[in-house]
Structures are given as structure tokens and as C-alpha cells.
Design a protein around this ligand. Structure first.
Ligand code: AMP
Ligand code: GLY
Length: 425
């Protein structure tokens, strides 16, 4: 079996790595891939990105099915294009991907279907937005409606910051068309968790839970990033909370999309905020897997992932039961100098040890240049370790991290800290 994975980050390396472990898979093509997928004999990088070029490639190479990693090709309609040409692809259509590509769509959808989320209003007019801010006060959250590569959300602690965010998006147009409509919503306090499921249009299959670390520096300080590390499972999601999230958020979302005439298939990622009483609310939907959450989740998955995708593409996810390594998997991101504002490229990477049963290094912003591995993006590597506790997993990871070097390498030393304070951990 041949499979195409679209994307080139750590998430896609982890998906390709898991798929390549399947005995029936002969080759995983990754478009465009990275230095890690380039070095793996079971994978082949493909320097294509236009959806029609990818569809032509799939046909000429007799690829069995395609899995899409990032949101941009989904929002641009790659699934619609492949399906129209009878090519199998796992992901939501452009219409269904609006759950991520338009915050206003997602909020209106949640209100319509009674899915718990922060109170909000949507604005295109700056004066009206400023007046709403003054009425509500701070803290408050301002979100660009469209995709803004992680720069579209401002959690404002003061009204000053909130007004500036509105000006930045609505008056100064700093985020372009993504920011010409903004959602202003109530600030929610609590602990975040990532709840990711697979959907085949009708059935839902929950993946293991996880928790991301968005800030650059230890103790959740410094600027927001795409994610500096993640671990799975997230002990805050107890079995009863899991059942509640399925009942109050995930199932109504999948049923609501079907009822609205936009059946959902693909990965569905609900970013949750759990308040101090254990009540979950939806912060956001993503129409894809999380990065770096995918890396520890894949490290724990024991089931043949190619088989799971086949079942999903046949609308038979209800027949799948996933098996997970009961240990904790913990991933630490090694980021480039200057990340997140202005990551430096071209630093030589040395010392990545061979993967072991307890530790795997996934690549993201790396490129193989004349046999030499160099940085080529903000998040460079994600080292994932497995351990009987969060602490043991941490030890495996940080022992490996210490062997790796590139100039300007930045990473957090406290990934998993929230997990350690939960009794279940
Ligand atoms: P989003 O892209 O909507 O997930 O927002 C990015 C990050 O902003 C989230 O992971 C949260 O840390 C934070 N955030 C988003 N919405 C809220 C909210 N209503 N209250 C508090 N924090 C939020
Ligand atoms: N790690 C957060 C995300 O993938 O959106």
C-alpha cells in the first residue's frame, strides 16, 4: 500500500512514521516533507504543493489514499478537489473546515447547537468593537476570524491591549483579510487540554488526550508559540470528563455539522478550557491534528494506523478500537534562534541519536542539504520519550535533548509540569 501525507512539519513526520510501521505499507510519500522524512528509507519526499499537482501524482504513482496534515490545504479545498476526481483522501471539505478557518462560523455553529463555549460577538466595524470592549472590560479575548498562522488571537489582560488588538486587526489591517472580521469573546480561566478525534462523516473515534505548552519559556512565560511541547495522556481529562466532552461537545458537533448539511470527516481537534469545577468549554476547533500533540499521541498508538484510515475512508470507524501504550509520551520541541518572531535558518544540527524503544526524534523545520542536516524553520525537532510516569518520560527526553546541538537552540525544561501535579499521573 502507498500513502501520501500532505505537509512538512513534526505532525506529518509523526503520521508518516506511524504509517510506515504498518506491514502493508510499502511507501509513505510526504509533500513536501522535511529532513527527517528525507532520511527515512520508508518515506519519500515529494516537492509538490498545488492540490491538482498532488492529485496527478497520486494517480500516476497509484497511491491508495492521502492524509492531510495542515489546515491551509483543507481550507483551500484539497479534499473537495480529490473527491471530485474519485481519489481517496482523509480530511474535511473546505466547507467543513470552516470550523477552523472562520472563528465566526465556529462560534455561530456552537451557539446554534448548544455547545458550551465563551460568550461572544462578531465585529467588522472598529467603533462598534471598541464600544463592546468598553462595555465588557478586561480581561477579554480578541480573535481574527480567518487563519492567521497562530497570530490571530490576543488574550488581553487590560483594556488598552484589547483596543490595540482591535486597531491592529480592523483599522490597520495587519492580518489582511483574516483580520477584517473579529470575534471578541469572554476570557475563560482554567486549564487547557487538547481533545482530538477522527470522524468518518458519522462515527467518532477518540484519540488519546493530550496537553500542549504554548508559551516559549518555562513556567508558561514569554510569547505564545505554535507549541513548545506536549504530552499524552492529559490527566485532567478523567474518564467521566471524557464522557462528558463526548456528550456535550464532540457528538453534538459531528451531528450538528451533518444536520447543517456539511457532514464532517477528518481529524477534529477541540481545544478545551476546563474550569476549576471541572466544566469544559470549547476554546476553538481545529480541522486537523495538533502539532506538537501528534508526536506523543503517535508514539503511544499501537494500532495499525493505515488500517484505521482505511476504516475511516469506508465510513466504518465504529468498527475500530484503538490500542494505546499505557505509558506517558512526552514531546519537547527544540526551536530555532529567534523563534517565534523571526526564526533563523541554516544552523547545522548535530548529535541526534538513533531512535530507541523509549525515545524518537521527529523533525519539523529541518532540511537535508548535501547530506548535512540544517534548521529551516521555527520549530526544528520534537524529541518524544515514553515512560511509566510523566517524570520518567521527561528523563528519557531530556537525556536525548542534551546530546543534540544547533546554534541558538531554545527549549523548555518543564514540559509536562501540569501533568505531574495531578494525582492520576
Ligand atoms: P485559539 O486559537 O482560539 O485556540 O486561541 C489560542 C490560545 O489563546 C488558546 O490556546 C488559549 O490559550 C487562548 N485563548 C483562546 N480563547 C480564550 C478564551 N476565551 N479565554 C482564555 N484564553 C483563550
Ligand atoms: N498545538 C496546537 C495546535 O496544533 O493548534
Amino acid at each position: 500500500m502507498k500513502i501520501l501525507v500532505v505537509g512538512g512539519g513534526g505532525r506529518e513526520h509523526a503520521l508518516a512514521w506511524k504509517l510506515a510501521q504498518s506491514e502493508r505499507v510499502t511507501m509513505v510519500y510526504v509533500a513536501p516533507g522535511n529532513g527527517g522524512t528525507a532520511r527515512d528509507a520508508r518515506m519519500c519526499n515529494v516537492a509538490l504543493s498545488a492540490p491538482q499537482e498532488l492529485a496527478d501524482f497520486v494517480r500516476s504513482e497509484h497511491i491508495d489514499f492521502t492524509v492531510v496534515g495542515p489546515e491551509a490545504p483543507l481550507a483551500a479545498g484539497i479534499v473537495n478537489l480529490f473527491r471530485a476526481q474519485d481519489l481517496k483522501i482523509f480530511g474535511p471539505t473546505k466547507e467543513a473546515a470552516q470550523l477552523e478557518s472562520s472563528k465566526d462560523f465556529a462560534k455561530a455553529f456552537m451557539v446554534r447547537h448548544n455547545i458550551p463555549t465563551a460568550e461572544y460577538q462578531t465585529f467588522t466595524d472598529a467603533a462598534a468593537a471598541h464600544a463592546y470592549l468598553n462595555e465588557k472590560g478586561a480581561p477579554i479575548v480578541i480573535k481574527a476570524d480567518g487563519l492567521a498562522a497562530g497570530k490571530g488571537v490576543v488574550v488581553a489582560q487590560t483594556l488598552d491591549e484589547a483596543h490595540q488588538a482591535v486597531d491592529m486587526m480592523l483599522s490597520d489591517n495587519k492580518l489582511g483579510s483574516a483580520g477584517c472580521r473579529v470575534v471578541i469573546e469572554e476570557f475563560l480561566a482554567g486549564e487547557e487540554a487538547s481533545f482530538i478525534v477522527m470522524v468518518d462523516g458519522k462515527h467518532v473515534l477518540a484519540l488519546a488526550t493530550s496537553q500542549d505548552h504554548k508559551r516559549l519559556r518555562d513556567q508558561d512565560e514569554g510569547p505564545n508559540t505554535g507549541g513548545m511541547g506536549a504530552y499524552s495522556p492529559a490527566p485532567i481529562i478523567t474518564p467521566s470528563l471524557h464522557a462528558r466532552v463526548m456528550r456535550e461537545i464532540i457528538n453534538p458537533t459531528v451531528q450538528g455539522m451533518a444536520r447543517d448539511g456539511i457532514p464532517y470527516s477528518g481529524f477534529l481537534y477541540a481545544g478545551l478550557m476546563i474550569d476549576d469545577k471541572g466544566n469544559p468549554k470549547t476554546l476553538e476547533f481545529n480541522c486537523r491534528m495538533g502539532d506538537p500533540e501528534t508526536q506523543p499521541i503517535m508514539a503511544r498508538l499501537k494500532t495499525d494506523l493505515a488500517h484505521v484510515f482505511e476504516q475511516a475512508l469506508h465510513g466504518a470507524l465504529d468498527a475500530v478500537e484503538l490500542e494505546w501504550d499505557r505509558r506517558t509520551a512526552l514531546g519537547v520541541v527544540l526551536a530555532a534562534a529567534g523563534y517565534p518572531e523571526d526564526p533563523r535558518k541554516g544552523d547545522v544540527i548535530r548529535g541526534i541519536p538513533a531512535d530507541t524503544a523509549e525515545c524518537t526524534t521527529f523533525h519539523a523545520g529541518t532540511v537535508l542539504q548535501d547530506g548535512q542536516l540544517q534548521t529551516s524553520g521555527g520549530r526544528v525537532l520534537c524529541v518524544v520519550g515514553l515512560g511509566d510516569s510523566v517524570k520518567m518520560a521527561q528523563k528519557h527526553v531530556y537525556d536525548t535533548v542534551e546530546k543534540i546541538h544547533f546554534d541558538g537552540m531554545q527549549y523548555r525544561r518543564d514540559i509536562g509540569w501540569r501533568g505531574m501535579k495531578h494525582p492520576a499521573a
